[in-house]
Design a protein around this ligand. Structure first.
Ligand SMILES: [Zn+2]
Length: 340
């Protein structure tokens, strides 16, 4: 029986594949493979770095070190399965997991098998845990825009809205790298296949970057997007355009976007009427999962029970699930509220 905020039905819309790995799984794999991990990855403390180029570099290096452990179908399946199990324990009803299959492709015979392994396990994990696990294929800003197009074409072949299907197309990695407009062709391909655009933006950079992302990529949701709070007019526009925000408070603090949890502009976004979906981003590095983000809203921002339910409903509304599922889950939120 789940308790407290873990019993509140919610979706999880911002979680990266490798970043979802359990710390104990990472340690076990390193031992098995005889890999020496950098000391800071083995520490119990979460990674914290300043929001500058060096900080991001350290974050990326940590991420890359963890990724070198993912070299087989078995490990790929294990990550998806454990992420679904962890989400299930936290009251998540739907996980939309982001993956760039490029890094894993060499170990399993190419991009197509890499994505198919993840999709197949997403389907299996959905059956086993009751959490709908769908996939967002995300291109990287640090690679050539033509690579993004290749990924969009691949993603398009598996488009759908259910478990084990690709539901969206993203753009991740260092927001300061690459020209946003050059990725618009990839997003056009994805959208033609019915995939939602869910790029990162407004995390390391402010309103100007958000304008670029919105103008060129036409997002349904923004990964982070929190720095929109620096421009109230833009925020209002995005709310009117029904663009949701995947807000990851712990990630923002760990990556130095805000000095403390209470500085994350959750209240500003909520008061503006924005649709918010809280997410953990990379719990492997930040040591904080989904329910922790709701806990931050409650403890650091004084969100009431009603407001926590608004967040949960927002996460359901912003998901790419079927309308019938959304109705069911919203009813679950009402039931939760009635019990408080
Ligand atoms: Zn992210």
């Amino acid at each position: 029986m789940k308790k407290g905020l873990a019993s509140l039905p919610k979706t999880h819309l911002h979680l990266h594949f490798t970043g979802a790995m359990r710390p104990e799984t990472m340690r076990a794999l390193a031992l098995e493979q005889g890999t020496r991990l950098p000391a800071h990855l083995l520490e119990q403390d979460p990674l914290t770095v300043p929001a500058d180029a060096r900080g991001w570099f350290r974050f990326q290096r940590s991420y890359d070190a963890a990724r070198t452990l993912v070299r087989s179908e078995t490990v790929m399946r294990r990550i998806v399965r454990e992420a679904a199990e962890d989400d299930a324990a936290e009251g998540s009803v739907r996980l939309e997991m982001q993956v760039d299959p490029t890094s894993y492709a060499p170990w399993v015979g190419g991009l197509t098998p890499a994505l198919e392994i993840i999709l197949d396990e997403a389907k299996e994990a959905s059956k086993a845990t009751g959490v709908e696990v769908a996939v967002i294929v995300a291109a990287s800003r640090t690679r050539h825009p033509l690579d993004a197009r290749t990924l969009a074409r691949l993603a398009a072949q598996y488009a759908g809205d259910g478990p084990g299907e690709v539901v969206g197309f993203g753009l991740s990695n260092d927001e300061r790298v690459g020209e946003t407009s050059e990725f618009s062709a990839a997003f056009r391909i994805a959208k033609q296949a019915g995939l939602a655009a869910v790029p990162h933006g407004g995390e390391l950079l402010g309103p100007d970057s958000i304008r670029q992302v919105v103008g060129h990529l036409g997002p349904k949701r923004l990964g982070h997007g929190v720095r929109v709070s620096e421009d109230p007019v833009l925020l209002q526009r995005l709310v009117e355009e029904d663009i949701a925000f995947e807000v990851c408070p712990t990630s923002n603090v760990s990556l130095g976007v805000y000095p403390s949890r209470s500085d994350v502009p959750l209240r500003t976004l909520l008061d503006s009427g924005a649709t918010i979906a809280l997410g953990a981003d990379d719990p492997l590095l930040f040591h904080s999962r989904l329910v922790d983000q709701y806990q931050i809203a409650k403890n650091d921002h004084g969100f009431t029970t009603q407001e926590l339910a608004v967040l949960a409903r927002g996460s359901i509304d912003a998901s790419l699930a079927s309308e019938s599922k959304k109705r069911l889950w919203r009813a679950g939120v009402e039931e939760w509220l009635a019990k408080q």
